[in-house]
Design a protein. Sequence first.
Length: 546
Amino acid sequence: MSDGITASDQPFYLKVENVDERLHVERWLAAIVESSDDAILGESLLGIITSWNAAATRIFGYEAEEAIGRPVSFLAWPGAEGQMESFLEKLRRGERVDHYEVARRHKSGRKIMVSLSLSAIMGPDGKIIGIAKIARDITERQIREQAMAEQGRLLHVLEEKESTSRAEMIAERKFRELIEHAPDAILQVDSTGSIVIANRTAETMFRYSREELMGNGVDMLVPDALRAGHAEHRRAFASAGATRPMGLGLDLLARRKDGTTFPVEISLSPIKTDGGVHVTAVIRDVTERKQTELRVRALQESYMTELEARQKEAERLNRLKSEFMASISHELRTPLHTIIGFAELLEEETGTTLSEKQRRFLHHIHTDSEHLLSLINDVLDLSRIEAGGLHLRAEALSLQEIIAESVNAIRPYADSKAISVREVGRLQVGVWADPTRLRQILYNLLSNGAKFTKSGGEVWVEAIVEGSSVKITVGDTGLGIPAEECVRIFDKFYQVGFTPVGVREGTGLGLAICKQLVEMQGGKIWVESEPRKGSRFHFTLPYSEL
């Protein structure tokens, strides 16, 4: 039999006729996920957590804001990280992982055991776009199973005893009562396959009386279709002599007296006796659990179907946005270039046609048009990045040359504010990057440093090789940034809570674009800053031989 449960090949679809109905469906799906007793997680193909329900918080101890955006490997029990990567490889190939029992780490540091079911999320084009994961806490179940295994072992010990003291007999009687009322059926089978011990739960589960069970072959509890090969399985297990615990992902069925079958999990423990190898079986009816898993699978299929539909709609809207941005690029930038061009021509006028006041007005037109063009370019750049329309062409570059060009580009503005711009240390190193986008990153960071630094201050650039990366730092002696602002400084449209007099506000996109461009080239970016002590923006890029 195959591992896990068997679901219909036909997914469960929801037909959504209008926006109101879609909102209702979205709220319904969200309610299902949030009310689930199992942790339901969404992950990217790189293993980054993208969604986290309330049950995930109860099971792992982390709030959603602590988990979303982090690699799922932070939940791995030490030493099991490689196993997670093997799961990701299976899912990227479109395979499933069903009811796999593994150890995970709770936020408190303690070990918990979970049963995982993972499946790939398919986009409308048939490509895999993400991963859905359901995790069930089975820690208490395994504790119970271990307890039952220990009970089975003690049962064997009691069977081997030929004589006991009166005190021991009282203890044995209590133990037998415990076995008799255990929640799982307990059978002991001798070397011929005959039942020699059966508890009360076995009578209830299989609907045979104790007299009907004792002395009869255990094969009568095996479904008809599987009975022929069961004797060989028993002999192979007795020869191996190893305990088989519950929860191995096997689909096992048992047969009642009336011929009906039901799903079970079985723990087997062999023990050698004078009469040969006896086997103790602890049998658990998992009908209710299997039914729950089927319901969860149906809900999951429904959720995945709706998610795919929403993904398709998002892609359609994203295409419309890209078309709009392409149109606005022409409609806004073209007339702005014309305004800037004529403003420059008029500013170069050497005659007396324009008065001083008119020249001042003209200068404002020119500078404000340049500023507006810069803002439009930022919005368009970010839109292209998010739509996947920005393609980088990485190559081996001389960092010194790129830094020199960027410093020379910012120097006129810095000179107008009496701010010095310096290149610090030896910059003769190579990086692997897109030259145009590296200049854009450096110019943005340098211009920000000059913008927020008072006259007489300085801005500098330095670099250092760290292993296989180059860390580049753009520092300044400016106003600095409070700690609470540093954690959000790279968010889209976010601007610090204060700016010096005379500094115009931008879109709040410059640093967000820098972050995207750095990460697209395999690096990372962060800031170190304190109020009135300046700022140091660091970012890394892959090292390259010159």
